[in-house]
Design a protein around this ligand. Structure first.
Ligand SMILES: Cc1ncc(C[n+]2csc(CCOP(=O)(O)OP(=O)(O)O)c2C)c(N)n1
Ligand SMILES: [Mg+2]
Length: 368
């Protein structure tokens, strides 16, 4: 994968293959025979689909970062280093009309494009154009036509909403699944507890992923969490679950796929824990501050575990030609360039008129 001197963290620019980490990547998948069986059943096309998803996530984040630098938008919330935690689980879902529903955090934009939302619409949402799915009203975007619920800004609130959606699937006898991600910091909101408990008691088909990136804005995990991890949380709530390596897209996919199967069989919700690390700031405005929040050693350790570079090496070890990966990368680059051009065109011609602020808000002004 190409690196971008102006945008990638220093650890990614200096990335070189570490055989021990690549071996560990394969061993992580093999550690649990159930997960390994799920991975073994994946075709090369499905694996490459995940690779494409990871690249879309990384490169669309870089496009957003570039727009911030150019003054097109004021800031962006990125998933640098956490892409596998988003992409793996989405690939375990049934996507498309009448399929499963996701409620991503703003940091999980990868969930949006992998559910089918065009990258141009993600960029339009950031630019607040009127032809964006949410009509340019909020940076918290989604699009229910692709099964994506836009995030509620108050962290934690997506948990009871996800539980409610899953409850509706259960009551209608549909075998659909609702999935959401919760930041380590957001687990401390009371509403998360209420949503988890209701989901467990009613045995609804919901999947909750605690995305432990070890930081909440500028508050480190050790400042808001007594234990070192969340491994005992599924048991505490009486939910099936487990921990996955949030930098390993196959492990993320496999554990989620097992949870999805359980949900479809009516065996109740799952609480999964992803161990990962935020390689950037909370958003583009505090990257320098984020560097002061942790020792350099944390960035070095997690930077070596770049989820995309490790997956690339793993695929090559499995026999995928580097040229095939490069071809996918070129396609994704072209897709993102097109999306940027389309979104800039919208910015030129489709900024919302002031009076459109009430369209769709009141019953008598539905509008389009
Ligand atoms: C109830 C509430 N309190 C505070 C905020 C401001 N805020 C937005 S994101 C965030 C940190 C979230 O951290 P975490 O849940 O760990 O998710 P991450 O950003 O690390 O992905 C905070 C405090 C908010 N949006 N809602
Ligand atoms: Mg966090």
């Amino acid at each position: 994968m190409k690196r971008y001197a102006a945008f990638d963290p220093a650890e990614y620019l200096a990335w070189t293959r570490d055989d021990a980490l690549v071996r560990e990547y394969a061993e992580t998948c093999a550690r649990d025979p159930e997960r390994q069986a799920v991975i073994d059943a994946l075709s090369v096309e499905r694996r490459l689909g995940m690779y494409r998803g990871l690249l879309r996530n990384r490169l669309s984040d870089i496009a957003l970062k570039r727009m911030v630098r150019q003054g097109v938008i004021s800031k962006a919330w990125l998933g640098s280093g956490e892409e596998a935690t988003t992409i793996g689980p989405v690939h375990a879902l049934r996507r498309g009309a009448g399929g499963d529903i996701v409620a991503p955090m703003i940091r999980n934009s990868g969930a949006c494009h992998e559910m089918g939302m065009p990258i141009a619409d993600i960029l339009r949402s950031y630019m607040a154009t009127y032809d964006a799915p949410t009509r340019g009203r909020d940076g918290h975007y989604g699009d229910m036509t692709h099964g994506i619920l836009a995030p509620i800004s108050h962290v934690g609130d997506m948990v009871p909403v996800t539980t409610g959606i899953a409850l509706s699937f259960q009551m209608r006898g549909e075998d659909r699944v609702a999935m959401t991600w919760i930041g380590d910091g957001s687990t401390k909101a009371g509403v998360v507890h209420e949503g988890f408990n209701l989901a467990a008691v009613r045995r609804v088909p919901a999947i909750f992923i605690i995305q432990n990136n070890r930081v909440a804005l500028g508050t480190r995990l050790d400042q808001h969490h007594v234990k070192e991890d969340f491994a005992d949380w599924p048991r505490a709530y009486g939910m099936w679950g487990g921990v996955f390596d949030g930098n390993n897209v196959l492990d993320a996919y496999a554990l989620t796929a097992l949870a999805v199967e359980r949900c479809r069989r009516g065996e109740g919700p799952a609480l999964l824990v992803a161990e990962t690390f935020r390689m950037g700031g909370h958003a583009t405005h505090d990257e320098a501050e984020a560097r002061r929040t942790f020792d350099d050693e944390m960035f070095t350790r997690w930077g070596r575990r770049d989820p995309i570079a490790l997956f690339e090496e793993h695929l090559v070890d499995e026999g995928v030609a580097r040229a095939a990966l490069e071809e996918i990368e070129l396609e994704v680059e072209a897709e993102i360039e097109r999306a940027e051009a389309e979104a800039m065109e919208s910015r030129r011609h489709h900024m919302p008129a002031p009076e459109s602020a009430v369209v769709g808000v009141y019953a008598d002004r539905r509008g389009t």
